[in-house]
Design a protein around this ligand. Structure first.
Ligand code: ADP
Ligand code: MG
Length: 252
């Protein structure tokens, strides 16, 4: 589903070199809800961009949803993102002049899908995400949580094996955020999708199965959230995850 080896990426700005990602090996072979957690500036978004084919690594290999994407040209990368991958960002990136339904259908329209298929698929997804009744509204008439559900529905249009989400609840209040994390977990389980979410919030990570802790551009360790041996039957809660991650970050 997601495999990368020896991935490195540096940026050059104003004569200064920043090594944003410095040697990441990551392998996720099953569907489920996975997290990447780390402090601001630790390189999480850079890694996600590399996994999405939005940028190419300086070194290393990246394989996502069965495709090698570390050397794709722009056109192939665009097609890969549209048809093989779902991506969700903090800013919902919806088209303001289109209804929720049209936003969900847009990647399919660009790909030349038939309107019949698009209509039934968008209805199915909007219903599944609990916003079927909001389908004919434009983004401005929707709450932040509803807008992000539309963005998730759009990400799921082509039934991707992999969905990447970068701080998807960064613009939401905590109640809406909790609901969205639950929803992402359900989507991952029910539709057998590998959802990989970048977050800095332990409360978000508590919804994941495994959380990779990111520090200075590398994976400093991982937390098996659901393992009963970690803490009780239910696994770790937000406080437990915060404590484990501080340990892995070398602060405790
Ligand atoms: P995070 O998502 O964990 O907050 P980022 O991946 O956004 O971290 O950034 C990691 C480092 O790389 C930071 O020092 C950031 O300033 C730098 N960086 C990220 N993107 C760029 C870019 N396009 N150009 C220059 N520097 C960048
Ligand atoms: Mg970021």
């Amino acid at each position: 589903m997601i495999r990368c080896t020896g991935v490195r990426k540096a940026y050059e700005t104003g004569g200064r070199r920043v090594e944003a990602v410095r040697g990441v090996d990551l392998s996720i072979e099953t569907p489920g809800f996975f997290g990447i957690m780390g402090r601001s500036g630790s390189g999480k978004s850079t890694l996600l961009h590399l996994l999405a084919g939005l940028d190419t690594p300086d070194e290393g290999t990246v394989e996502v949803a069965g495709e090698r994407i570390d050397r794709l040209d722009d056109k192939s990368a665009t097609l890969f993102r549209r048809e093989k991958l779902g991506i969700v960002f903090q800013q919902f990136n919806l088209i303001p002049t289109m209804t929720a339904r049209e936003n969900v259908e847009l990647p399919g329209m660009l790909a030349g899908k038939e309107q019949n298929w698009l209509s039934s698929r968008s209805s199915e997804l909007l219903d599944r995400l609990g916003i079927g009744e909001r389908a004919e509204h434009r983004p401005e008439a929707l709450s932040g949580g509803e807008q992000q559900r539309v963005a998730i529905a759009r990400a799921l249009l082509f039934s991707p094996q992999v969905v990447l989400a970068d701080e998807p609840t960064g613009a939401l209040d905590s109640g809406s955020a909790e609901k969205l994390w639950s929803l992402l977990g359900e989507v991952a389980r029910e539709q057998e999708v590998t959802v990989l979410m970048v977050t800095h919030e332990p409360a978000a990570a508590a919804h994941c199965e495994t959380v990779f802790i990111f520090r200075d551009g590398t994976i400093a360790g991982e937390i098996d959230v659901r393992s009963a041996s970690e803490q009780g039957e239910e696994g770790l809660d937000a406080a437990g995850i915060a404590a484990r991650s501080e340990q892995l970050l070398g602060k405790a």
